[in-house]
Design a protein. Structure first.
Length: 363
């Protein structure tokens, strides 16, 4: 039996737990300081758009598109769990770049339609501010990230412990265990899916791993009748309707809103600004908001796989999984990551996703 510890209880860690459970000989434990749904989790602050967009990075686009294909299959495995909506509009750039992006992604196999202003008005008649053209990702999905995270963990049958983790134990190029507030927990494999916590965890074994973050504000309205069948990403806002009828709205904001009063005002402003874009007679009212930091690898690409020391040797016993967007990439990160951990064979889809230089002074 292989003893596996997963550090991080967000959607990426949950995917690893679920896929690890498909190998019957594994004993799986998740260590997290924030349970699913807790506002501390990056997953709780995700807008929930599963998409294939990756600028000019084809191998990353291939990975995202493969996740788009896999998500419906995974949801079927979870039973009685569905995506909130399918298909998504986007016009978050000027028309020239939008045309280029649509053409490029279609050449990569991403089914994206060019939609005219007239077509948009017919599909979303409630919208009163219309772009000249828009892209429409036919296979894009909207998901409720925290709900799916809980479902993946439930189906994995793993043990989940709410506990603070302070570092890793390391000997002779092998990560042996996890330092926690209640002592050291040893394991055969330690999967690090801790988002922004990755930097401190790896620094505990003298590995420098750079991350950046973005501040994410989401405003949730009180439930409404159906206004939006598809998520919309505009130039200065993004909005979708969740499974409870709430509009989930994100937009541009400054980091000085991190204080409670300023953040609430920013969320109320966001609701007012987006409300003005709809022909809806009743007032759209803010219900609550979330504010959190989203983890971003320094080059924007996922980091999935084994780490190397400065001698080029693979560090045993530890596997890294950090990325944005987790809600898009979690399914195959977990599936292909676990395949590699169990078989030692790395899948081509993730073969280029550990490229960041690490520095290990303990080799």
């Amino acid at each position: 039996m292989k003893k596996i510890i997963i550090i991080g209880g967000g959607i990426v860690g949950a995917s690893f737990a679920y896929h690890a459970s498909l190998y019957n000989s594994n004993k799986i434990t998740i260590l997290t300081d924030a349970l699913p749904g807790d506002s501390k989790q990056a997953t709780s602050n995700t807008w929930g758009w599963v998409n294939g967009y990756s600028n000019n990075d084809k191998d990353y686009a291939d990975f995202r598109l493969a996740n788009l294909d896999y998500w419906p299959k995974l949801l079927e495995e979870l039973k009685n769990f569905k995506y909130t909506s399918k298909g998504a509009f986007f016009w978050d750039m000027d028309d020239k770049n939008l045309n280029k992006t649509i053409d490029q992604h279609n050449s990569w196999g991403h089914r994206v339609k060019k939609i005219s202003q007239l077509q948009i008005s017919e599909i979303v008649p409630e919208l009163n501010e219309l772009p000249i053209i828009a892209g429409f990702g036919e296979n894009d999905l909207a998901l409720e990230g925290s709900q799916i995270t809980s479902k993946l963990i439930e189906n994995s049958g793993c043990e989940i412990k709410k506990i603070k983790v302070s570092g890793l134990t390391y000997k002779k190029n092998h990560v042996m265990g996890v330092k926690t507030e209640k002592g050291i927990l040893n394991a055969d494999e330690i999967i690090i899916a801790a988002g922004l916590g990755v930097t401190d965890l790896l620094s505990s074994i003298n590995i420098n791993f750079e991350m950046k973050s973005s501040l994410g504000l989401l405003a949730y309205t009180k439930p409404l009748p159906l206004l939006l069948k598809h998520p919309i990403t505009g130039k200065d806002f993004h909005v979708r309707q969740d499974d409870q009828g709430r509009l989930v709205i994100g937009g541009k904001f400054d980091e000085d809103i991190s204080k409670e009063r300023n953040t609430k005002q920013a969320a109320e402003n966001l609701v007012q600004e987006v409300s003005a874009k709809f022909n809806y007679n009743d007032k759209i009212i803010l219900d609550y908001f979330t504010l959190g930091l989203r983890p971003l690898p320094i080059d924007g690409r996922p980091k999935i796989g084994r780490l190397m020391n400065n001698s080029g040797k693979e560090i045993k016993g530890v596997y890294l999984a950090v990325m944005h967007s987790g809600v898009t990439n979690a399914p195959l990160a977990g599936k292909l990551g676990m395949q590699e951990i169990i078989s030692g064979v790395r899948h081509p889809l993730i073969s280029n996703f550990i490229t960041q230089k690490t520095i290990d002074n303990n080799s």
